[in-house]
Design a protein around this ligand. Sequence first.
Ligand code: ZN
Ligand code: ZN
Length: 362
Amino acid sequence: MTAMRPIRSTSTRLLATFVLAAACASCTNVNPYFDPSKPHHTREGFRNNYLQGPIGGNFLRWQWERWRDGLPKPPANGYAFPVERPDIDWLKQNRSEATATWIGHATVLLQVGGLNILTDPMFSERASPLSWIGPKRKTPPAMRIDELPRIDAVIVSHNHYDHLDLPTLRALDKQAGGPPLFLMPLGVGDWLKRQGIANVQQLDWWQSHPVGGSRLHFVPVQHWSARGLFDRFETLWGGWVIESQADGKPFKAFFTGDTGYSKDFIDIHRRFGDFDFAMIPVGAYEPRWFMKPQHVNPEEAVQIHRDLRARRSLGIHWGAFELTDEALDEPPPALESAVAEAGISPGHFYATPTGQTRRIDR
Ligand code: ZN
Ligand code: ZN
């Protein structure tokens, strides 16, 4: 008995230490950017503008139900989605036409105002901190990093692994012709500098930065951040407004990143007016009881398109990574129905095959 006591007390102490460390890691973080005049700043990190209650539900319940129901179901025609080969030579020489090429997931090459802007670049095999486990790509990116035209600016919405892929950012930093400007959410920019990438600017909500003759603004959306177990909400998340010129006229584009539906889009429209083009997520939305606060479904994506009064919108964030419970091929027909139901003509909010370039007409 006496021999047992030290063992038990050691293991109890170890357990208590672990629990305390876990609790403290999440509760004693100090936000180095804290500005008490900004309602979305907290002493520990950041919060959403309109969300009451938690961002997700019971994660273990979701995982259990997912396993029990065998979700997600495979796509009806298997995982071999068509990938179009972009016209790389044309993209490299284009400086005058506004275009968008969906490279896959949330990665879009946006050409506007003589600039090449790349959103949430993700060219890796897995959206995970580990190379051997985590969501694996089902559809390859439409082109390789070294096939891209020289990128002027990279914009990143938040630090989740399917949006911020460090190997991709490191490769872009070494692109021929010099590194792009990396525009990052507040906190993510300093983190990226610590990874050895230097040409970085980080922005708080409603701040902006010039690139060439264009101006890029970081704006609020409803989501969250984390790269580990104990860093939720420590760095900021958001969308990007690109104010530029096309055909000698002002041109405004919006990249949503990940978001739940919120009044933030009404606020964004109030500040910027009507948009020419929006890139809005249409995938990763089931089950609704868990995903609704953080990921819109196609109906809510259409509501964002309307709130922004976007002339054209492209549905992104589907087809590459199987992150949630809907089948990987479900978003395009669901978007088509939502667009029809809203009385919007189909060419105004569309999904394209991976790799397709569309000229953004006005
Ligand atoms: Zn996310
Ligand atoms: Zn995502």
